[in-house]
Ligand binder design. Structure first.
Ligand SMILES: C[S@@+](CC[C@H](N)C(=O)[O-])C[C@H]1O[C@@H](n2cnc3c(N)ncnc32)[C@H](O)[C@@H]1O
Length: 219
């Protein structure tokens, strides 16, 4: 299915500034730190040294952190330019993970290849139908699924960017009730969730597990 985030990051003008615009400077470094703190809370419970799919890997922020923590990581992304940057940055830091070009809607992995599959900063860009398709794929290839959503707008971030600055943001919000139904339709059950920073940011990581013997009910 076509949606903006699938094409957007294939543009080198976009990929080349991705890290600098979002994660550099004092504010950006704080956001990156909070994202990684969220990641580490969410992967707790996945066995040490386990196999994790980072989807989409982007420029490799999460893959590098997970590799440094001793997990065996594979990163996948649909954007060649983002993957090239991930490769360069991994070579610089020595935290190398295999990377491959692939579409999250149709993953080239066998069932239960991974102990966990993590998805940061993609779901809010997708319509519900595509989110469910990707969740089902993650639940097929992974024993545990970690997906970050923005379940409501009640945050200082939204007050500033959405209401005061009136920035146009192509974000899809899904309420906790909608998410509950979305997970169920995708064949997943909620284990727990973690807020990135309550009342300040909207992001929340959902830790999910496939409902035994079920890969989802929607077609
Ligand atoms: C906002 S970036 C997030 C990257 C990374 N997870 C992070 O947190 O920095 C979104 C990424 O999703 C990728 N993407 C969009 N649609 C995709 C799809 N269907 N399959 C795989 N990657 C996709 C884009 O190429 C881009 O690299």
């Amino acid at each position: 299915m076509a949606y903006k985030a699938k094409k957007h990051y294939q543009d080198t003008d976009v990929s080349s500034v991705y890290d600098r615009v979002r994660f550099r400077g004092p504010g950006g470094a704080l956001v990156n730190w909070l994202d990684q703190r969220l990641l580490m809370s969410a992967v707790a419970g996945i066995r040490q040294g386990g196999r994790i799919l980072d989807l989409p890997v982007g420029t490799g922020r999460m893959a590098r952190r997970l590799t440094a923590e001793g997990y065996q990581v594979i990163g996948a992304d649909v954007s060649e330019p983002m993957l090239r940057l991930a490769q360069q940055l991994a070579a610089e830091t020595g935290e190398n993970a295999p990377l491959l070009r692939g579409d999250a809607e149709e993953l080239p992995f066998a069932d239960k290849t991974f102990d966990g599959a993590v998805c940061f900063r993609l779901m809010p860009h997708l319509p519900a139908e595509t989110r469910e398709k990707i969740l089902r794929e993650m639940g097929r290839v992974g024993r545990r699924v970690i997906a970050v959503y923005q379940p409501h707008r009640a945050s200082l971030w939204w007050l500033w960017n959405g209401l005061i600055m009136r920035r146009k943001m192509p974000l899809h919000f899904a309420s906790p009730e909608e998410l509950e139904r979305e997970f169920e339709r995708s064949g997943l059950r909620l284990v727990r969730s973690h807020a990135m920073l309550r009342w300040i940011f909207m992001q929340r990581a959902y830790v999910l597990e496939p409902i035994s013997g079920d890969q989802g009910t929607a077609g």
